[in-house]
Design a protein around this ligand. Structure first.
Ligand code: AVJ
Length: 322
């Protein structure tokens, strides 16, 4: 299915309202209740995420941007010329710009993004800036296998770019599945450049996911606003609260939406009861060790061949190949 967004052809694999409804009904019926974090990213959610990246406590984006900038020449050497860059969850395109700038003669760019507004906006800006790079966007959920659009100029290799430690939102089993799909997408001579948040003190991590300005709380609760609007649910926004806790043993921060009182929510003609204090799990964000990440990649048949980290070892970029 193709729709035209200005001059750029867009492959539309956007999840339907039925996917959202099915996933939400299943999650609310589970014990404990949970909602998938990929549904955070509607228009408002993507805006709020961009605002999170500008909060002083949210070190991830700042550190990774500096890392891409500082390691650009090394990355370009390791990747080689004329790559087709495929980015999972492109967001605003700030990191992409740095990568495309660093690479030698990239042939094409395929962002795979679940938010239509974020996808169209970033592609329009990048298209204007990187004339020779063909824009081949895909609107969709990158956890599914992606049919790769064929560039007009043939590429020497596919580079999958997956920054932001977004891999960390998946369970280990899901991450291995995604890395396997990535290996298929990139082919035997492909490479993947993956951003991973590294394990560090719980205080630093918890501050990043509980910012003082309350932007992360607004981001989390926007999911309920979305369900009210798109599925006709009746969540009372004042009766739920955001909470994020780091579990050092599991190496992940978990975000919950807590019910502040006993209450009932109606969605699609079904009633869901919440106890006072009941926690609904909405996001995992894994923090890795080098050994843990290499082991995860190995389960998907991928080897870590090079890596770059900031001087404090807060965040890492890792280059993978089959
Ligand atoms: C978009 C996956 C990079 O897990 O850090 C930020 C999302 N959630 N604050 C992350 C998020 C709460 C973010 N990623």
């Amino acid at each position: 299915m193709n729709a035209t967004a200005d001059a750029v052809e867009l492959t539309d694999l956007h999840p339907s309202r039925d996917d959202l409804l099915g996933d939400v009904l299943a999650g609310l019926s589970a014990t404990p209740k949970r909602l998938p974090s990929k549904y955070f990213y509607d228009r408002r959610g993507s805006e709020l995420f961009e605002e999170i990246t500008r909060q002083p406590e949210y070190y991830l984006t700042r550190v990774e941007l500096a890392l891409i900038q500082d390691s650009g020449a090394d990355i370009a050497r390791a990747v080689g010329p004329q790559a087709h860059v495929v980015e999972y969850g492109s967001g605003s395109g700030r990191k992409t710009r740095l990568l495309l700038d660093a690479l030698q003669d990239p042939v094409a760019y395929t962002p795979v993004e679940i938010s239509r507004s974020a996808l169209v906006g970033s592609v329009e800006r990048l298209d204007a800036e990187f004339g020779p790079v063909q824009m081949l966007p895909v609107l969709g959920d990158f956890t599914q296998a992606i049919p790769l659009p064929e560039p007009e100029r043939s590429a020497r290799r596919v580079l999958v770019f997956f920054p932001g430690s977004t891999l960390g939102n998946l369970t280990d089993a899901e991450a291995v599945q995604l890395l396997k799909a990535m290996r298929e997408t990139m082919g035997p001579d492909g490479r993947a450049l993956i951003g991973i948040d590294l394990q560090k003190s719980a205080d630093l991590i918890e501050a990043a996911y509980n910012d003082a300005a309350g932007v992360t709380a607004a981001f989390t609760l926007n999911l309920l606003t979305r369900l009210n609007r798109e599925l006709g649910a009746d969540f009372d926004l004042a009766a739920f609260r955001h909470r994020a806790v780091y579990l050092p043993g599991a190496g992940r921060i978990e975000t919950y939406i807590d019910s502040l009182r006993e209450q009932t929510v109606t969605l699609h003609g079904k009633r869901f009861s919440f106890a006072a204090g009941e926690a609904m799990q909405v996001e995992y964000s894994h923090k890795y060790t080098d050994e843990g990440f290499a082991a995860l990649a190995a389960r998907a048949g991928l080897a870590v061949t090079e890596g770059w980290s900031d001087p404090k070892d807060w965040f890492g970029l890792r280059l993978l190949q089959p």
